[in-house]
Design a protein around this ligand. Sequence first.
Ligand code: LLP
Length: 425
Amino acid sequence: MSHFSYQNGVLHAERTPLSRIAEEFGTPAYVYSKAALLDNLAAYSDACQGRNALVCYAMKANSNLAILDLLARQGAGFDIVSGGELLRVIAAGGDPNKVIFSGVGKTEDEMRLALDKGILCFNVESIPELHRLNDVAGSLGKRAPVSLRVNPNVDAKTHPYIATGLKANKFGVAFDDALETYRTAASLPHLDVVGIDCHIGSQLLDDAPLLEALDKLIELIDTLDSEGIHIHHLDIGGGLGVDYGVAGDKPPVPVGDYLGRLFARIDAWRAARHDGRAVKVIFEPGRSIVASTGVLLTKVEFLKPGAEKNFAIIDAAMNDMMRPTLYGAWMDMQPVVPRESEKAVYDIVGPVCESGDWLARERELALQPGDLLAMMSAGAYGMTMASNYNTRGRAVELMVDGEQVHVIRQRENPADLFALETMLK
Ligand code: LLP
């Protein structure tokens, strides 16, 4: 069930009209639904019920403290990619012991911080990284828990910028080199080999590539076992897609179906092993937890009819939402108060001085200046990828809970943007 719906002709977030929110807090604004967030996490937790499993939310999708806090309170762990993200988890009251540290370029400082805070596991992506981590852990008199991110060479069939599991990608250790890399890891004195990990890409509408990757990881776990390297957790990454409303796209496989199929394979494998050893399963979902949780609320400033195109110029821009211009992503735009009048075809663009500053193209809408639009499913990779280009303050972030609206991040003022700058004396 969507928590964004039309009630009496006005698009609402839960029981709050978006028009009221725009009036009170201005636009552009990111508006999130608390109930949607909790529902999306529950889809994972329910499917993991009674299992040895942990959901580590990939917080790069949306790292607002209020969101992290709500998820942490439901028992979620976190997948991080920087020291900054770890500090956010801690600031939000999350448990470092449920944190997985991914990414190809961890610095020594970041490793020290993560070891000091006692994270669950480092997902290591290369041999030089193994050596660096071993040295840093040794210098602190600690042992670092590690998992290798294995690149299973599976085609995720998604946009090339967000496919990560192919040989041509910078991520992970090639499947054919994995055994040798595990041997290296196991030989280093300050590392504990605890897991295996992969992440093949994002916005996957089908779970077949994910299950194919699972099979390859399982095969490798058995090989490692025969070498005396015992894996305690299997991290399948994130990647499950969401419904952006793209015409012709099939709806993404539901979370429960995917997890059901995945656990069935794991159960069959464990039954065949006969050794009864449990392997914990870790998930790193980002988009499927937060995308449908939020909309980007924006106002039409001007209509600019043209010979070839009509433009609707809005007050949100590419700096607020990069996905359309960066990936050619199609995001649904809905009028907050639909008009009965005749529709026209518009390109919906922002005020930034770039031709790439568009949020939607060729949309049939009935619009007037001052109208409000909601970009749907904007809760993932929206605010976290926002910038201050053109000295534009980032949008206010709001969380709706029924009829209540909470400011979870204030709108940035221009003065905030140059506060860290200094002129020469
Ligand atoms: N784990 C790792 C190691 C990742 O690199 C990612 C995403 C995730 C988990 C979460 O994947 P998800 O469940 O969200 O698909 N900015 C792009 C998406 C980039 C994804 C990067 N990695 C977009 O807006 O489409």
